[in-house]
Design a protein around this ligand. Structure first.
Ligand SMILES: [Zn+2]
Length: 276
């Protein structure tokens, strides 16, 4: 996690005028930087839905690195939620009971990486949190081949998906093959939506009602097909906080990246986005 600091001061100024000028410039640059953060915006009401991908250390040369939140940072973030009175929850839970005594932050994990089972699940269970994991149904036990990365990031096995479900984590669908849905024919779209749901329901032995659009790619036709396929809600990748649950097939999320600082996390949680 990066610390947020203002740009460094100029070195080597040995006359007072130069030092003052340098300090003034650095101060102006520092102010410019701090205004880029949304601390001055009003806190937003609405449902907090956090978007994670992988929990774990970066690998050299991996394009997934921007989406890896290191384990230590993930623990800090869950504790920050607790301190603010939130319980981590699954998306389905929120739809079944929209109001609850305790504040809830929905935690979502895209793509179904094995690291979520190995590193995120123990952290969630230790705090009594739940979450939703969006699985790519035809890539179970495989790798994230849609990113064109070799050797690729290991994905959850069917046994690990069952174990997550048994631990109270909701299993949602992220399509059958992680294709951009707006480009598909009606038949292919149905296979991604209905086919993936059937596969996942067979594995967990329970209804699968939450969907996540691969690459955040959706339009009105995709939304209607998702609703018609029997899902109850779907998340997008657009950053922010949805005001309420009145449009459950276009739920915005707060994006959690490995490069975010603690300030980013806190500002995004309260304002929807941490920066301009
Ligand atoms: Zn994805």
């Amino acid at each position: 996690m990066r610390s947020t600091r203002s740009p460094g001061h100029a070195d080597g100024d040995d006359d007072v005028g130069g030092a003052l000028l340098a300090a003034g410039l650095a101060g102006a640059a520092g102010l410019g930087l701090s205004l880029r953060f949304n601390w001055w915006r009003k806190k937003r009401p609405g449902t907090r839905i956090l978007m994670y991908h992988q929990v774990g250390a970066p690998h050299s040369g991996s394009t997934l690195n921007k989406w890896r939140v290191e384990e230590e940072d993930f623990h800090w973030q869950l504790d920050a939620l607790l301190r603010r009175g939130y319980r981590g929850a699954a998306l389905g839970e929120l739809l079944e009971a929209p109001s609850a005594e305790r504040r809830r932050a929905v935690l979502t994990f895209d793509d179904g990486y094995r690291g979520v089972f190995e590193r995120a699940l123990p952290a969630l269970l230790a705090r009594g949190f739940s979450a939703t994991v969006f699985v790519v149904a035809d890539r179970i036990g495989g790798v994230n081949d849609w990113d064109g990365e070799t050797p690729g990031e290991p994905l959850l096995s069917a046994d690990e998906i069952r174990a997550l479900h048994a631990a109270g984590v909701e299993i949602g669908s992220h399509g059958a093959t992680h294709r951009a849905l707006t480009r598909l024919s009606d038949g292919e779209l149905s296979r991604e939506l209905v086919g993936s749901r059937d596969t996942l329901e067979r594995i967990v032995g329970a209804p699968v009602t939450s969907f996540c659009y691969p690459f955040g790619d959706f339009d009105d036709r995709v939304v209607e097909a998702t609703r018609a396929a029997g899902y109850r809600a779907a998340t997008v990748s657009r950053g922010g906080i949805s005001k309420d649950l009145s449009d459950p097939f276009r739920l915005k999320r707060i994006s959690e990246r490995g490069t975010n600082s603690r300030l980013d996390f806190t500002l995004a949680l309260t304002r929807g986005r941490s920066r301009l």
